[in-house]
Design a protein around this ligand. Structure first.
Ligand code: ADP
Length: 248
């Protein structure tokens, strides 16, 4: 592989013949069956589908939090098992540590990785500013709004400088206005960081605004998922897309 190839592949995800079932009350539930998918590096893919169709399960398998029964997950061409530095997950609830400040919450993950406190704090301050929380470095989680808390969650995920951000309904708990602001924020982070984003969402408007392609899962795992290519221009700009203007 040449250097150029490896740059082009950064954050590329390939799923091959992936299946996952659960056993519930003695009954086997096939959630994902024979899924094949290729996500080029730097793409934003939204995963949509009815409740219970396996969106979170697929994201958890990609994150290495769940072992598939069969099939492979490849990142940049190499099979991966378990959690790894290339991927960071953002959940609906950021689950911040209440006794730590914003900066300390973000630095905590770095310290857990063996980075000394002074360096971790300096790097944490950078990410806190990057997600628009300058001035709130010393605030505690109870002093933050839902949107601000989720910004801390995003900063914490970005500290590991992942190639791939996996987002499970990251804005699902926020009010409508905050959601719009945070969607712009995710689009900006995507533009600036050049990460691959795989986003589970219930919100089709969010999928259309953020994603290059949409993976539609069906509740019947025997029905293969469909991939819809949105062919939207980059960079994302709500006012330019006319999408919001049309609704006004
Ligand atoms: P979605 O995110 O699309 O709502 P999930 O991936 O959370 O769906 O769940 C898909 C199905 O798998 C659901 O029927 C759910 O009850 C089941 N499921 C998910 N995780 C587990 C588990 N750990 N044990 C048993 N069943 C599970």
């Amino acid at each position: 592989m040449t250097v150029l190839d490896s740059i082009a592949r950064r954050g590329e995800v390939t799923i091959r013949d992936l299946s996952k079932s659960f056993t519930l009350n003695g009954r086997r539930l096939d959630v994902l069956r024979g899924i094949d998918l290729h996500v080029p590096g730097g793409e934003v893919l939204a995963i949509v589908g009815p409740s219970g169709c396996g969106k979170t399960t697929l994201l958890r398998v990609l994150a290495g939090l769940e072992e598939p029964d069969r099939g492979d997950v490849l990142i940049d061409g190499a099979p991966v098992h378990g959690i790894g530095r290339q991927r960071a997950v953002i959940f609906q609830e950021p689950r911040l540590l209440p006794w730590l400040t914003v900066t300390e919450n973000v630095a905590f993950g770095l310290e857990m990785r063996g980075i000394d406190r002074a360096t971790a704090t300096e790097q944490a301050r950078h990410w806190v500013r990057l997600v628009g929380l300058a001035g709130f470095e010393a605030a505690y989680p109870r002093q933050l709004s839902g949107g601000m808390a989720q910004r801390v969650g995003i900063a914490r995920a970005l500290t590991v400088q992942p190639e791939i951000l996996l987002l499970d309904e990251p804005l699902g708990a926020l009010d409508a206005m905050t959601k719009l602001t945070m969607q712009e924020e995710l689009a900006r982070i995507w533009r600036e960081q050049g990460v691959t984003m795989i986003l589970v969402t219930h919100d089709l408007e969010e999928a259309i605004f953020l994603a290059d392609r949409v993976l539609v899962l069906s509740k019947d795992s025997g029905t293969p998922p469909r991939v819809i290519d949105l062919h939207l221009p980059r960079p994302r700009d709500r006012s330019a897309s006319g999408f919001v203007a049309l609704r006004r």
